[in-house]
Ligand binder design. Structure first.
Ligand code: C5P
Length: 228
């Protein structure tokens, strides 16, 4: 029998540190990465560019099905991924807070979530996958060997996001970010389909009072325990 391809699912709310942990872990393990949030952000961006109303579900689904996207490794540990829409690098545009808000609006549409499930699963390639999102362990990769639910207090998350965006030269205020995180949490946790919640077999890590290194070694300990 073929050896199973291990999946490490990292779910949690916005700003909990999933992105950084996913990148470090994937590099450490030599695994592939799925940034599932980027897919929702890309659909939102494509919809805005083509003037598709977020209320027009059939058109959004069609757009998602025909999405011309690609991900490239840059070799730069700070910004390891270049994300392209129809061969144009849109990485920077996607990282803006507005793109996250748009993503969380269209992510409430069940048909759209179904439409990109196959694309998400296609990232499961040898030697393994680290999948970052909201429903990686609960819906898309229920079979994942390792499931982590990474969370932190809303205050800690808003401050981290603020620093992250500022460092990237993106203009934001802390109060606007706090409000946006609060609204995004409400939408992601309250939606009917694939709401943000820990899988029953996930290890929950609250990173509010932890450094990135501490979180990384804690996650690594779980990975080593579950993958052996
Ligand atoms: O992780 P990121 O901030 O890029 O995600 C943007 C939005 O996309 C989230 O707030 C969430 O609404 C949606 N999302 C989702 N399911 C995922 C990943 C992201 O619903 N697996």
């Amino acid at each position: 029998m073929a050896k199973p391809i291990p999946v490490i699912a990292i779910d949690g709310p916005s700003g909990a540190g999933k992105g950084v942990i996913t990148q470090r872990l994937a590099m450490f393990q030599g695994y592939n990465i799925l940034d599932s949030g980027a897919l929702y952000r890309l659909i939102g961006l494509a919809a805005r560019r083509e003037g598709v109303d977020f209320g027009n579900r059939p058109k959004l689904v069609k757009l998602a099905q025909g999405l011309d996207i690609s991900f490239f490794g840059t070799g730069d540990p700070e910004n390891p991924l270049s994300i392209r829409l129809a061969n144009e690098d849109v990485t920077r545009e996607l990282r803006a807070d507005e793109a996250g808000v748009d993503a969380s609006k269209i992510a409430t549409i069940g048909e759209l979530r179904d439409a990109i499930r196959g694309l998400q699963r296609s990232f499961k390639q040898p030697p393994g996958l680290v999948a970052d999102g909201r429903d990686m362990g609960t819906v898309v990769f229920q079979e994942a060997e390792v499931k982590i639910f990474l969370t932190a207090s809303p205050e800690a998350r808003a401050e981290r996001r603020y620093k992250q965006l500022k460092d990237k030269g993106i203009d934001v205020t802390l109060s606007a970010l706090s409000l946006s995180i609060h609204e995004r949490d409400k939408r992601d946790m309250g939606r009917e389909i694939a709401p943000l919640e820990p899988s029953t077999d996930a290890v929950i890590i609250d990173s509010s009072a932890m450094t990135i290194d501490q979180v990384f070694y804690r996650v690594l300990a779980v990975v080593e325990e579950r993958l052996d």
